[in-house]
Design a binder for this molecule. Structure first.
Ligand code: ADP
Ligand code: MG
Length: 460
């Protein structure tokens, strides 16, 4: 069965490459692994959800034509590795008893071991990371020519692993004379070494040396976790020296500079210093904005206009991984509420939970000041504003007041509810109503902007 699939799939790949660009082939089609043929469809495993989406969105119709020809099948199902096991289990359960055949496909081994999302194209370049980006790119384009070793350091979530994978992806995609690229975290390197020692002596060590000392490009992530154990440092030092002397490229990442890694031996520190060392700083406003826009584009999120600016302002203390999480949560919340487009309300709700300080806009402002300003503007009494009356002259200012408190103060909706003696849902309703009106009703928009100016002047 497997042989048949492999043979036919090779024919398909041949056909695809006539009409699909080489980038499309390398990035997506070639990473698919066919694992089974069912009644009317062929089942693949893709390395990631992005890859699956790419296949479904851009290549499926062409694939179907070719699959029809070589497999006589009409459909394709693309799974990701997490789904693969469940699929195989279910398949075996339902088929083993009839045919005795069992699918025992091993979990996918990726042809390209690098994360397809972590490319240079997906890396947003700004003033805080442009130097390291240029160096990483130069290394990818011509390994071991300049910047060797390349040492990248910077806080968590700022793109070190992304850059290491981007170098790997680039070399892989450009098929540079079959260079042997090895990516490993420092932790994995240590485990492999300890394991090699355990299984003992020559054979274990031989495999270990083969894995690391025959690399043309060695990427070591998170070197700050290097063990203080003498054996590990010694091994790393020897690997480093051997590769370096053979003119191989070494790239290392760390969350801090070598001088601040207490477990690092001095001789390694000075080896690292002999190459090119550069940090990545947290992104500034412009870079944050570009990153947010890029993520929205890549993930195909639909966001109300202006949210990108607002988030770039408010997420100033966030690293990029955290920014991604916030975007995901906002979009998820909008979807949960049945909306295709995430709104400012969704954004605020997420920020209110996730980050109180992102939610604050003006510390001097209090809810009393807002009530005061609204009453003054509409010439109504404070008791009426927070009271039970339901005539239009009062209801609208009350809703505006609720909206302003929510928008301008870092207080939970429940607290606003207490101020007005109303429950949470009523407060949400009032807030949403005004938010909707601001979009279409110029008059309301002007009222809000007038009261906001009033608040500003009364605060100064
Ligand atoms: P680190 O290894 O420094 O902790 P990662 O490389 O894992 O950080 O980055 C965390 C997340 O942020 C990843 O999803 C990565 O794609 C993203 N990221 C980091 N820097 C950038 C950038 N400049 N442009 C786009 N995405 C980035
Ligand atoms: Mg990392």
């Amino acid at each position: 069965m497997q042989n048949y699939i492999e043979r036919q799939w090779a024919l398909c790949l041949d056909d695809f490459s006539k009409t699909i660009s080489s980038a499309g082939m390398d990035l997506w089609i070639n990473t698919l692994q066919p694992i089974n043929v069912e009644n009317d469809k062929i089942v693949f495993v893709a390395p990631s959800d992005v890859c699956r989406q790419q296949i479904y969105n851009n290549y499926l119709s062409r694939m179907k034509e070719v699959l029809k020809e070589h497999f006589k099948l009409e459909n394709a199902l693309v799974l990701i590795p997490e789904e693969q096991e469940a699929y195989i289990e279910a398949y075996n359960k339902s088929h083993a008893s009839e045919t005795g055949a069992v699918l025992d496909t091993k979990p996918t081994t990726l042809q390209n071991p690098f994360n397809p999302r972590y490319t240079f194209d997906n890396f947003v370049v700004g003033t805080t990371n442009q130097v390291i980006y240029a160096a990483a790119r130069a290394v990818a384009e011509s390994p071991a020519v300049r910047f060797n070793p390349l040492f990248i350091y910077g806080g968590s979530g700022l793109g070190k692993t992304h850059l290491l994978h981007a170098i790997g992806n680039y070399i892989w995609q450009h098929k540079m004379s079959n260079l042997n690229i090895v990516y490993v975290t420092c932790e994995q390197f240590t485990n492999d070494f300890v394991e090699a020692l355990r299984v003992r002596q020559e054979r274990g060590m031989e495999a270990f040396y083969k894995q690391y000392r025959q690399a043309d490009v060695l990427l070591i992530d998170d070197i700050q976790f290097i063990s203080s154990k003498k054996g590990v440092q010694e091994e790393f030092f020897n690997t480093f020296n051997e590769l370096y002397q053979k003119g191989k490229q070494i790239i290392i990442s760390s969350d801090r500079p070598p001088k601040d890694i207490p477990t690092l031996e001095e001789r390694l520190r000075s080896r690292f210093a002999s190459g090119f060392m550069q940090d990545i700083q947290p992104p500034d406003f412009e870079t944050r904005l570009l990153i947010i826009q890029k993520k929205i584009e890549i993930e195909r999120y639909e966001f109300e206009k202006g949210i990108d600016y607002e988030l770039a302002e408010r997420l100033s203390n966030f690293n990029i991984r955290e920014m991604e999480a916030i975007l995901r949560k906002i979009y998820f919340l909008a979807n949960l509420n049945g909306k295709a487009v995430a709104t400012f309300a969704d954004m605020n709700e997420v920020l209110e939970k996730e980050c109180q300080q992102c939610y604050v806009s003006d510390e001097k402002l209090t809810h009393e000041k807002i009530i005061n300003a609204v009453c003054k503007y509409f010439t109504i009494d404070q008791k009426e504003l927070t009271g039970r009356k339901r005539n239009k002259e009062i209801v609208e200012p009350r809703q505006i007041c609720i909206y302003l408190m929510w928008h301008q103060l870092a207080i939970p909706l429940a607290t606003i509810g207490e101020i007005f003696g109303r429950d949470h849902t009523t407060i949400i309703h009032a807030r949403d109503k005004i938010m909707e009106q601001i979009k279409t009703n110029k008059q309301i928009k002007k009222v809000i902007s007038d009261i906001t100016s009033l608040l500003k002047t009364s605060n100064d």
